[in-house]
Write a protein that binds this ligand. Structure first.
Ligand code: HEC
Length: 180
């Protein structure tokens, strides 16, 4: 009786495939960038900061700063909003510095933001610090000074990092303090 031991030859690929798969780094799902949404988010953040700051300025102007509690809360809101702000300026939103034919959203952010991001970042820190100071005032005079400091710090960033839009006002942009 003839006994034949038949070793079916395993195809080379079948032998190596599991090892190959193990050696392969798991193909991570690349995070999806949403630059248009990022631009919309930073505009919403700043419009909300503008809303709070406008209310503070109106209260200071009207001499209504007796009840400091609600006003310092508005200042605290500004501090939180502007602390988050620079993180909404990802380089993928540098539309004015790179071709972005598909962009559905407009931005006035100057491309030099990404050339000198540390300086830009520091401008946000100045606003946050001024707003934190305003959030902890204990008298109306200190509030008035801190509110002016916040506005000046906002404008300091805008004058450096916004591309001038002659029709900005017509588009509903409010970048200037209300006329006295
Ligand atoms: C670090 C820089 C920086 C700081 C700080 C900053 N802004 Fe801005 N702001 C910008 C830039 C850049 C834009 C343009 C954004 C864009 O079009 O993508 C802008 C846009 C705006 C707009 C227009 C938003 C729109 O709908 O188009 C308003 C309003 C505004 N800022 C208010 C404020 C207020 C109020 C503060 C302070 C409490 C402030 N910003 C602080 C850089 C800054």
């Amino acid at each position: 009786m003839e006994m034949t031991l038949r070793l079916s030859p395993r195809p080379l690929l079948a032998t190596l495939a599991p090892a190959f798969l193990l050696a392969c780094p798991v193909l991570a799902q690349a995070p999806q960038a949403h630059p248009d949404d990022m631009i919309l988010a930073r505009k919403a953040v700043m419009n909300q900061a503008e809303f709070n700051l406008g209310q503070l300025e109106a209260a200071v102007k009207a001499g209504e700063a007796q009840d400091l509690g609600p006003l310092t809360e508005k200042a605290f809101n500004i501090a939180v909003l502007i602390q988050a702000l620079p993180h909404l300026f990802g380089p993928e939103t540098n539309y004015l510095g790179q071709p972005n034919a598909d962009a559905a959203v407009e931005t006035a952010a100057d491309s030099k933001i990404w050339d000198e991001f540390d300086a830009f970042y520091a401008k946000a820190g100045e606003v946050t610090a001024a707003a934190q100071a305003a959030a902890s005032v204990t008298d109306a005079a200190a509030l008035a000074k801190s509110v002016a400091d916040i506005r000046n710090a906002c404008e300091s960033c805008h004058s450096n990092y916004i591309v001038y839009q002659p029709f900005g006002a017509a588009l509903g942009m409010s970048l200037e303090p209300a006329d006295d």
